[in-house]
Design a protein around this ligand. Structure first.
Ligand code: SF4
Length: 347
């Protein structure tokens, strides 16, 4: 495989089409990539959604609701009330809540009115608990010794925190009877799936180890420092706890970002306005192609520092192409439409 990025796109495509591996899909899914918390970002995320909840979520629009907006829409009352009376104490100054009330009203997700010098609000729609299950996948196509060590530390931390319901490692399929990753010191709670990034379809992946469901509703342990080991390694492990409320809030925020971005938003960080940029269908997934370098480029290569960048000629933006852009804009639109198909229509 030519890059970890390419492998990641294959895993996302597989998850979108065939998750859960080897079983019939019962619920709608949202797949996203490169999301998580300040301390941990996962390569691929699969959200298993409640169908009614997902439809109800669509009434809030395709843009994410950040933590301040979530605080407002989740607690907005059915009847008019002063915001400081009806919303729980946020733990930070009320003026930020007031700003969030105005932002939420400007987006049309709550109603707002002024009574004297007080701002009142009431809800338009009830915010649903639309995500039932979060699956976090770490993609490791090649597992050399240092990647394996790092991976083991990451997975032990993921299991201890239990922010996702399941954690998995996706590794590239090999001819070995035992996937090399299984020989590493990984937590038994983590699942292992091997993926053939050159194929598409349900058989493109094989489960090597089933994960255990993690206790997301219990306090999580954040490992801050591990013992260094060795014969004199008497250093203590340092950790702190995260409450179930903190975890539930983080899960909602992650889900909101996943809802907005999906996994095809990589194109937003690439130079799709370059004349050499194309999206091509490979055997496994649609992937960006650079016709100048003749390769599947990564977002890092395809950035403003690329020396081979050449803007689309102005003539490409006329004639057959829509007036608001050339082929690059067209590709961005196509990927956005595919992302939107994962989300239900607004009711
Ligand atoms: S030449 Fe550079 S900017 Fe243009 S598509 Fe290739 S990698 Fe991207």
């Amino acid at each position: 495989m030519d890059s970890e990025f390419g492998f990641e796109l294959s895993v996302c495509q597989y998850a979108e089409e065939h998750w859960p591996p080897g079983r019939q899909r019962q619920q709608p899914l949202i797949v996203a990539r490169q999301l998580g918390t300040k301390h941990r970002r996962w390569d691929t995320l699969v959200l298993v959604c409640d169908p009614d909840g997902l439809r109800q979520r669509a009434t809030f629009g395709s843009q994410r609701l950040d933590s301040d907006l979530l605080h407002v829409v989740r607690h907005a009352p059915a009847e008019w009330a002063w915001y400081q009376d009806c919303l729980p104490d946020p733990g930070y100054p009320w003026r930020y809540v007031r700003e969030a009330v105005h932002r939420a009203a400007d987006r049309g997700v709550i109603e707002r009115r002024r009574q004297g010098n007080r701002i009142e609000l009431r809800r338009r729609f009830e915010y649903p608990e639309w995500v039932e299950w979060i699956i976090a996948i770490e993609n490791k196509p090649d597992l050399d010794a240092s990647a394996a060590r790092q991976l083991a530390d990451q997975l032990h931390s993921d299991v201890a925190l239990a922010l996702a319901d399941e954690v998995w490692v996706a590794t590239e399929q090999t001819d070995n009877a035992i996937a090399p990753v299984l020989l590493e010191d990984l937590p038994v709670e983590a699942g292992v799936i091997s993926v053939d990034p050159t194929r598409r379809g349900p058989d493109a992946a094989t489960v090597r180890w089933q994960p255990k469901r993690l206790p997301t509703e219990k306090p999580g342990t954040r490992i801050l420092e591990r013992p260094t080991g060795g014969s004199h390694g008497a250093s203590a492990c340092r950790f702190e706890y995260d409450s179930p409320d903190w975890k539930a809030a983080k899960r909602r925020e992650i889900a909101e970002r996943a809802y907005e971005r999906g996994w095809r938003s990589y194109i937003d960080s690439m130079r799709s306005d370059c004349r050499h940029f194309e999206i091509a269908e490979t055997d496994a997934a649609f992937r960006p192609v650079c016709r100048a370098k003749n390769c599947h480029q990564t977002p890092r290569q395809c950035s403003s520092s690329c020396r081979e960048f050449e803007p689309e000629p102005p003539t490409w933006r006329q004639g057959g192409w829509p007036i608001d852009g050339g082929p690059g804009k067209g590709l961005t639109r196509v990927l956005a439409e595919r992302r939107d198909r994962q989300r239900p229509e607004q009711e």
